[in-house]
Write a protein that binds this ligand. Sequence first.
Ligand code: FES
Ligand SMILES: [Fe+2]
Length: 453
Amino acid sequence: MTATTADQIPRTRERYGAYHRVRDFAEDSELTHVTRGTPGGEYLRRTWQPVCLSSELADLPIVVRMLGEDLVVFRTTSGEVAVMERHCSHRGASLEYGLPSDKGIVCCYHGWHIACDGTILDTPNDPESTIKERICHPAYPAREFEGIIFAWMGPPDDMPEFPILDIYRQPDTEMIPFSIHFPCNWVQVLDNTQDPTHSCFLHTRVSGAQFSISWGELPELDYIQTPIGMINLNVRRWNDKVWVRTTDMMLPNLNQTGALWLTADEEETFIRAALSRWMRAIDDTNTQMIGWRYFNDRNDPDGVGDRTQVGYGKIDFIGQTEHERPYEERQRVPGDFEAIVGQRPIAVHALENHNTGDRGVAMMRKIIRENIRALDAGDDYVTLERAVKVDGVVPTYTQDSVVTISPRDDDRTFMREIGHRVNDVVFDGANLPDDAREREFTAKLREIWQSYT
Ligand code: FES
Ligand SMILES: [Fe+2]
């Protein structure tokens, strides 16, 4: 099915014109559909996808739905993690009722013993059978990292190395995994992260400083492609301060967000991410956001964040989940969850009317679409795993910096200029190892600030 385009939908220009609204619109299936064999679903299978949190796995298997597939995840008695098709290859019993062994899992129904890689080790209901030499149970390679279990769901021959981001090496930082559910398509959850103007309205002017009041200032914005995705660049004026904020999107479905609780009242230099989060598609109309909250003194000097509110089904800022507040409160003081899920189970791109505030969303969708098509055509495509690594890690760009510079007559033009100069430094430093990068950034930033004073 091809997407309905904007041109195919007559706009209702008449007042009280709802009668003329075309009803049989189609969603943008190329981007939003995730099952195996769909172009978008194939692209999402070319990255290591988070599956669940380690904390969800005790001694019993759990059922997980990923990219429209029903899977089971378990830990063997020797500690290895496995991800495989939920239904036993014998006669389909659900392996959630199986017994983890030291090498894999034993199905409850007739005792078939399946190894983590899908090898059938034993068929005790017919010990002489040679079937175990002829079939394998469908399994995916799995990897556990910092409290999150990941799977490679693409072709086994194409499996890349598991990517390590520079941000995982932030000094004196606690990485706390979290996982929250959005009953809607993954693309609109990711859209939200390249849509900085919503912070002014939803999070501040509408719902009253869900973060800090300075978020309510409309920023100067730019969007820039990176080797593995894009960034948005926000430059805000806050009294005598200029606040430059950079947010990453890494292909195909990872966002990295800067400090959550910055007031921009104090000067800051190169504060790095507070969140990395994958929009992991459960199916076409459900998404699990899985990632880490990074706690350190730099991204939260006032200690507003709450470690106890980060984990399975929860995150320590308002408006991210369905059940944290009564419906009436969610109506009166909506958050991201309400705005995103309210866009329909799959947001209909053809019914949207974009303005310049949506440039980030449009650019991100374009980049994802180009890569979906490249993969489909057998051409080169980009994912996070294909980054050129520096010192063994993937360089990322997320940062916040705040400096004291008085307003000028042409202040918005001036802010754009500052933003671009800072951004150049962020990009230039990407080929340096972590500690050298921060030193270099701080020195160059000082030069920029001094050039204005
Ligand atoms: S259905 Fe699993 S062993 Fe028979
Ligand atoms: Fe938001």
